[in-house]
Design a protein around this ligand. Sequence first.
Ligand code: FAD
Ligand code: EPU
Length: 269
Amino acid sequence: MEVRKVQLKDYTTLAVGGPAELWIVENEDDLLRATEAPYRVLGNGSNLLVSDAGVPERVIKLGGRFLEGELSGWVGAGSLLPLWVQTAAKEGLSGLEPLLGIPASVGGAVRMNAGTRFGEIKDALAEVEVFHQGELRRLPPEALGLGYRKSELPPGAIVTRVRFDLKRRPAAEIAERMARVDAARKRQPKRKSAGCAFKNPPGDAAGRLIDQAGFKGIRVGRAMVSPEHANFVVNLGGATAREVWSLVRRIQEELGLELEWEIWGTFEP
Ligand code: FAD
Ligand code: EPU
């Protein structure tokens, strides 16, 4: 097991976040040791806003055996979802197409029930292995309370492996589904972000509401509401967490939307 002092801005897609101790676990024994003191779990850092002051807890990242796997069996939760979306398409296996373009780790995707309007990861899972209170358990996906961008995993539970439920389909059909998902993502910005900042309220779209309220292109320091898609806050390069937070709070105060991101560390109210 490797333990390093890092800046979390190097481990988040928004590229903000201060210091932490990163514990890269390779196997079950490492997990037992790493979880002996307060900890958080980092996936691919694509749904996180981390404070400039960092976090005092250990930050556990899945490495080693948790990166391995194959589609016909168990897949390590530290591996990247886009890899499996592409592999499944190549092998003529259908089920992961709705997840095209989501830069998650497999574990983070389960924890957030990542998805698009075409489907969520919950519909593509056969079984999930979870490390909790020192033990590994294999659970049916129904036991995880997966809903719109949420799960009800107990605090501290770590998704370690999953088994996907995929169906053999003609390659052309899979390609066509992926093209539809890709098209729906066209207006999403290419700049550094953490995906949509807010959840869509029932029957509406946060992006539409933020756009209508005139927030597009508004900046605080180096953080900006994307002119392309109003539910994305982008880092123009060198933004601080404080700048991002202040922008997000302004939108939240005006529109009362529910944050989709996970917030790590403390921020001023
Ligand atoms: P992280 O951001 O690292 O962590 C998120 C949460 O999951 C944290 O609470 C963390 O502790 C927990 N976690 C991480 N790994 C584990 C684990 N192994 N076990 C238990 N808990 C864990 N999301 C969508 O749903 N749909 C989209 O279309 C979408 N598009 C995006 C586009 C872009 C450009 C970006 C940057 C993000 C997008 N997102 C989207 C958001 C993000 O990719 C998802 O929320 C994703 O599920 C987060 O996964 P992660 O591995 O990066 O998790
Ligand atoms: N819209 C605007 N202005 C904008 C952005 C959007 O008016 O600046 C309008 C669009 O015209 C459309 C509606 O809002 O009528 C919805 O926009 P879009 O089709 O882009 O989808 P979304 O609801 O904003 C959702 C997910 C995305 C996912 C896409 C594709 C949420 C919060 N967002 O976006 O997920 O990629 O659908 O299916 O559920 C994420 O969760 O991080 C994420 C990126």
